[in-house]
Design a protein around this ligand. Structure first.
Ligand code: SF4
Length: 136
């Protein structure tokens, strides 16, 4: 039995519960923070636009985007992700994300499920030399 000198009011009784934040929203928020800091969440590499602000290349233009998923929805992964291509949400890539230092141009413009990754390189005019980091 607990003894108290006096009853304390429950100070949190009238506070509303915080809204539930799903795992997906937390991952999206983390990815947005990384992009704001100049890092592509898919590969963990610096964005090309950090060195060349006019660079408009996206992950959808990159040959390393790999479609996964066998049902209706396609989930895009980055073949250069150091964590590998898991089945989880945390390694998904958004095609609209700005390209990173490991970018290599895809031959077809719009990726589709039937598009196999192809080996090709961006032209030197599109990717400045100083945009390529030391890990390249
Ligand atoms: S630009 Fe290419 S290598 Fe870089 S994160 Fe996107 S898909 Fe991966």
């Amino acid at each position: 039995m607990r003894y108290r000198l006096f009853d304390l009011p429950d100070l949190r009784a009238n506070e509303p519960d915080p809204p539930p934040v799903s795992y997906g929203r937390r991952v999206t928020a983390r990815n947005n923070r990384l992009i704001e800091r100049g890092v592509n969440p898919g590969s963990g590499r610096r964005l090309l636009r950090e060195a060349a602000p006019a660079c408009t290349l996206r992950c959808k233009d990159c040959t390393h985007t790999v479609p996964t998923g066998r049902n209706i929805k396609t989930y895009w992964k980055c073949a250069k992700n150091p964590r590998g291509m898991t089945r989880g949400l945390a390694t998904d890539v958004r095609l609209k994300w700005p390209a990173c230092q490991l970018f290599e141009r895809r031959r077809t413009d719009v990726p589709s499920e039937s598009t196999a990754p192809e080996e090709d390189h961006a032209t030197p005019e599109e990717v400045p030399e100083d945009a390529l980091g030391p890990g390249r």
